[in-house]
Design a protein around this ligand. Structure first.
Ligand SMILES: Nc1ncnc2c1ncn2[C@@H]1O[C@H](COP(=O)(O)OP(=O)(O)OP(=O)(O)O)[C@@H](O)[C@H]1O
Ligand SMILES: [Mg+2]
Length: 368
């Protein structure tokens, strides 16, 4: 993801909750979901069965009314829309759902043609687009077969072709590769990737398929309706690289580094602002993502600059590891972007592995 991206998000979710049932039978299945999805981004959503993934997709796809919170799709707020207005919104969305709902009376070709029904292209052009899409998905020889005569995987590919043939700006896909073998699955994912790259489409894909997860720009993990992580993959990789360059963390396993990176949050400080003061309790450590900071020490008579730290350096970990107050003040030079990790998250990551915890502490004291 480009952090300087000034485009409007395709999907913008704020404080979204959802309940099924009413009164004493009401059951909350989504809690406080917040995220933006930018044009060209592929989000992979994972989580155990029953965690709310399909419910969230149907809310984003205007297939269900929004009860609490806000869902904006292509700039339009969905909360409060009428049934007809929601149908209008769906025209911009390509759906690839677990039940593919093909029309049994129509051939594969005609089913895909339905995906262009509401579009103004000329007939010849539509024919060309449908043929091209089916060929790309390896179905050129099955175009005129009816769904009953197709295998599960073939039917799924027809449904995918129908969803993508109009180049929608948003694609919602629920386990799109579930019935496909590895090669076919890859083909589908490549197609989604191309749609994202060439047409700036945004894709949200529910999948457990580890083989295709590498296309993700963002990974959202839902557990019991709670988003337990929301990782921007590029950013997570960058944080891992920064962490690996720090002597304190060089010998951590990739798993530990990733767990730590996933818990870090981004903070922005204007020129001259104080990130923390000497004597404060240490509640976080920081990595500099962009810009520089001065480390200032006050000896009771004067304040002097002890060091300047730039992009990729780490600071603030000493107080976190020793429990002592901050031994210096840190001030932003120009605008600074930091990644921070709070005390509790730092402990949770370390506690996950006692040996590594001992290792980190030893390395830290060796460095002193
Ligand atoms: N129409 C409905 N009425 C009542 N409860 C529902 C309804 N649809 C889903 N639920 C419940 O909401 C929760 C979330 O369901 P959802 O289908 O969103 O899960 P999921 O993450 O997509 O699961 P899976 O991986 O099995 O597809 C589950 O506990 C489910 O039983
Ligand atoms: Mg589901």
């Amino acid at each position: 993801m480009n952090p300087n991206n000034r485009e409007q998000p395709t999907v913008c979710l704020r404080q979204l909750h959802h309940d099924f049932g009413s009164g004493e039978f009401s059951k909350r299945v989504l809690y406080d979901i917040n995220f933006d999805l930018m044009p060209g981004e592929i989000t992979v959503m994972t989580g155990p069965s029953g965690s709310g993934k399909t419910t969230l997709l149907t809310l984003i796809g205007a297939l269900r009314s929004v009860q609490k919170g806000s869902v904006r799709i292509l700039g339009q707020e969905l909360k409060g829309l009428s049934h007809r207005q929601r149908i209008e919104v769906r025209r911009n969305i390509g759906f690839i759902f677990q039940l593919h709902n093909l029309f049994d009376a129509l051939s594969g070709f005609q089913n895909v043609m339905m995906g262009l029904e509401l579009h103004a292209n000329k007939r010849k052009e539509k024919h060309q687009l449908v043929t091209q899409m089916l060929t790309e998905l390896g179905l050129s020889h099955r175009m005129h077969a009816k769904p009953q005569a197709m295998s599960g995987g073939e039917r799924q590919r027809v449904a995918i072709a129908r969803a993508l043939v109009s180049c929608p700006r948003l694609v919602l896909a629920d386990e799109p590769t579930a019935a496909l073998d590895q090669d076919r699955g890859r083909q589908v994912v490549k197609l989604l990737q191309r749609l994202a790259q060439e047409h700036r489409a945004s894709v949200i894909m529910v999948t457990h398929d580890q083989r295709i997860i590498d296309v993700a720009d963002r990974i959202v993990n839902l557990v019991d309706g709670h988003p337990v992580s929301n990782i921007v993959v590029q950013e997570s990789l960058m944080i891992c690289e920064f962490l690996m360059q720090c002597p304190v963390f060089t010998s951590l396993s990739p798993g530990m580094l990733t767990a730590m990176a996933d818990r870090m949050t981004r903070e922005q400080y204007p020129d001259g602002s104080i990130i923390f003061h000497q004597g404060d309790a240490g509640d976080k450590f920081y990595i500099i993502r962009q810009g520089a900071v001065n480390i200032l020490v006050d000896d009771g008579i004067s304040t002097r600059v002890l060091a300047t730290r730039t992009e990729g350096s780490l600071f603030g970990e000493a107080a976190l590891l020793t429990g002592n107050p901050r031994n210096a003040t840190v001030q932003a030079i120009g605008e600074v972007t930091l990644y921070s990790l709070g005390h509790d998250d730092f402990q949770t990551t370390l506690d996950a592995n006692e040996t590594l915890k001992a290792q980190v502490i030893r390395m830290f004291f060796q460095r002193q």
